[in-house]
Design a protein around this ligand. Structure first.
Ligand code: GLN
Length: 281
């Protein structure tokens, strides 16, 4: 079968996926060890029977709903490659809005000291370490899987010297430390508990509920992190969150109640209020 024929067949087979063509390309890239550009330029190349079988094995997993990032073991975020596996949330493009803004804010700070609460795959921490000169990052997570994957990503992206990974329930690992941060950032679990059942199969059946479940109203972690943050933030320090589609105003209120001001709400590319950022005053 040629690349083109296989592409057509599997785009049909994956009709439930909104990203069928990309899914097929990524499976081919993985097995054939080529780039997507190579696929585009060599559509009439024959695929060996052995490779065809290997590609089909991956795409059959996709047909059941397993996210492509777990199948091929990687996801791109902020132009960097991240290793992912079940047990850590797959980095989302929405989160790039938060990272892009923090990178801009950090330019005004010398040697910024940053903490990322609930670091997961390390997507936020590694990108900040990579793109903010002279930054130092503490990456905290309660999940051992996350800490392990985060460390691999820091190493793969050559920023392991800038990041300290700590097992921590929100700020617990820093409780006895005298440390204050210029920037506190988090994409915490924020899905309302009762809404988890309603998430799409790909998310619900494969991604860790530990990274999704934000308690009854989805705001548990915003309350906890914001309250505890006041012990760990410098004057004029920045607190930045990713939030769920209808949570921006609630999170803004929580921040104001805890002494934050100059609050900005940023939209993602789907025009959803996705990021809330404030300054400690
Ligand atoms: N953006 C994720 C989703 O909608 C949720 C991530 C989170 O809870 N932080 O599936």
């Amino acid at each position: 079968m040629t690349i083109r024929q296989m592409m057509k067949k599997w785009i049909r087979e994956l009709s439930k996926s909104t990203t069928a063509k990309l899914d097929v390309e990524l499976a081919m890239c993985k097995v054939l060890d080529v780039t997507r550009l190579y696929i585009h330029l060599n559509l009439d190349e024959e695929i060996s029977k052995k490779d065809e079988n290997r590609i089909e094995a991956l795409l059959k997993q996709r047909r059941k709903g397993r996210p492509m990032a777990y199948i091929i073991g990687k996801k791109e975020f902020m132009g960097l490659d991240f290793f992912v596996k079940e047990g850590v949330l797959i980095p989302r493009p929405d989160t790039e809005v938060l990272v892009e803004d923090i990178i801009q804010q950090a330019k005004k700070i010398d040697n910024p000291l940053i903490v990322d609460i609930g670091t997961g795959s390390g997507a936020i921490s590694v990108s900040l370490a990579k793109y903010i000169k002279d930054s130092r990052i503490y990456s905290l997570d309660i999940s051992d899987d996350a800490l392990e994957v985060g460390a691999v990503n820091a190493k793969n992206n050559e920023v392991e010297d800038k990041i300290t990974f700590l097992k921590s329930d929100v700020f617990s690992a820093l409780e006895n430390e005298d440390i204050k941060f210029d920037i506190i950032v988090s994409n915490p679990p924020y899905i309302r508990r009762l809404d988890i059942e309603g998430l799409e199969v790909d998310v619900k059946n494969y991604e860790p509920s530990l990274a999704l479940d934000g308690g009854e109203d989805g705001l548990d972690f915003y309350r906890k992190i914001t309250e505890d943050s006041t012990k760990f933030i410098k004057d004029n320090g920045i607190l930045g969150y990713e939030v769920g589609y209808d949570q921006a105003e609630d999170v803004k209120k929580i921040m104001i109640q805890n002494g934050y001001g100059d609050i900005r709400i940023l939209e993602d590319l789907a025009s959803i209020q996705r990021v809330v950022i404030g300054t400690k005053i």
